[in-house]
Design a protein. Structure first.
Length: 127
């Protein structure tokens, strides 16, 4: 079969719609959450062992590396929840009839997630 279609294999030049980026980031945040569960369960176990272990966990939060890990876990959770809510709404049939509605809901999800992640950033690093 002789295909005369152009083939673009340069990932940097491919222009994807916003719906693709929202979906790809939703999957990536799910992978991050898979590993974040271990971190969060460790923190929960440490906080419940004793009063001294709880205080040592609180002292760990002064470490910028741990703050970044916590921020990453919470940011992934927030994005995954917001994009997942969008996908759940689409599963009920809203936004599947036209590409424009899908793009609009993707932009709404991206903006809400950005605002939420900014609030998480302020909470983790400045509080």
């Amino acid at each position: 079969m002789n295909k005369k279609r152009p083939v673009n294999l340069d990932i940097g030049t491919i222009k994807l719609p916003i719906t693709s980026y929202v979906s790809i980031l939703h999957r990536a945040s799910g992978v991050i959450l898979f590993f974040a569960v271990a971190v969060l369960l460790f923190m929960l176990e440490t906080s419940l062992k004793s009063e001294q272990s709880f205080e040592s966990l609180r002292a760990w939060f002064a470490n910028p590396v741990l703050q970044f890990v916590i921020w990453g876990c919470l940011a992934a959770l927030a994005y995954h929840a917001i994009a997942g809510l969008r996908h759940l709404i689409m599963d009920f049939g809203f936004g599947e009839d036209s590409f424009e509605v899908g793009q609009r809901t993707a932009w709404i999800a991206a903006v809400v997630a950005t605002v939420t992640i900014l609030a998480i950033t302020l909470w983790v690093f400045l509080w």
